[in-house]
Design a binder for this molecule. Sequence first.
Ligand code: SAM
Length: 366
Amino acid sequence: MQRSEIEDKADFGHIRYAQLWEDADVLTQGLGACAGGTLVSICAAGDNALAMLVLDPAKVVVVDLSLAQIACLKLRIGAFRHLTHAEFLELMGARPSTQRRELLNRALADLDAETRNLWESLAEDVDQHGAGGVGKFERYFRIFRTRLLPFVHSQKTIDAIFVPRPKSERQTFLDTRFNSWRWRLLLNIFFSRLVMGRMGRDQAFFDHVEGSPAQHVARRIRHAAVDCDPSENPYLHWIMHGTHGAALPMTWRAEHFEVIKSRLDRLDIRPGSLEAFVSTGEKADGFNLSDIFEYMSPDVFEQVYGTILNAAAPGARLVYWNMMAPRRVPQAFANRVTRLRAVEDRLKAIDKAFFYSDFVVEQVNA
Ligand SMILES: C[S@@+](CC[C@H](N)C(=O)[O-])C[C@H]1O[C@@H](n2cnc3c(N)ncnc32)[C@H](O)[C@@H]1O
């Protein structure tokens, strides 16, 4: 099995992302028509691999270097099988609950011992924050919300973010009520490389990232708060309130619950690297590549991109995000894919997971 570059540097023993901070509405539209095909997805917390089932593929191959992340998908599979939709939302933390331990037990009922052990060791955290709140990344947001945000904004101001209003009023709200000097100071401290590395992301992930994270976040907050409507943004709501409001991520919405549940057996979970999948000789019709390229040096990225192309059927789409480091088709492969600029532009404008600087849809030429 091929090793991945980041495997040598980062510790993958814990849950980093207990929910997916990439917008599945945008992902599934970016992948286009995939009915009957084979899709490949990076697992992370599993939500987006589940969302891809809505596209009606024959199968979704799910890969991840981290067993803890695969355990997030397995928990969701158990929850879809054994809980109602309302109970699923309670377990995940989207809704308040006094019965999460019991829901967790039911969701874990027929899962493997390793997955059960991991989640049982996290039962207290699940009870308090929901299964979608127990990752390192969510803990980072929680510290931001509970320990720092109260020094900057009153609860009244935070609640006011989610009141629906027209775009011109959103701009005024951001400029006159939200973007205070205290807020700017908080962004600069909290999103310093040192603090982000310590609390949210592994230091190794910054090796290839350019620019100041705080400047980047300030730009993206404008996108989420003014260009898009915050009242429709589940990600922003979780960051500011530690739970969801009326809006939910695609996979967690009632309208998809039964469809996803009926297609769970189309998931083909393969713990290990994407590089291992592409060396099997199988072909796929679409790839959800998360933002993994950003974790690779440009040389490794180019090499991995080439191997993905060799595992892609004609017409397959590669969908991925960049947070801070620029990654797009390497020059060496530019004549083998077409950038779907109109699709990207349309979807970037509505991407609710607002922290990414770029969203890429590249299609393998026939
Ligand atoms: C790249 S991270 C990004 C997470 C993300 N932004 C989110 O919102 O959850 C997603 C997952 O990719 C996995 N990963 C990173 N590089 C990989 C590779 N080469 N092959 C398979 N999985 C990989 C990590 O273990 C992690 O669980």
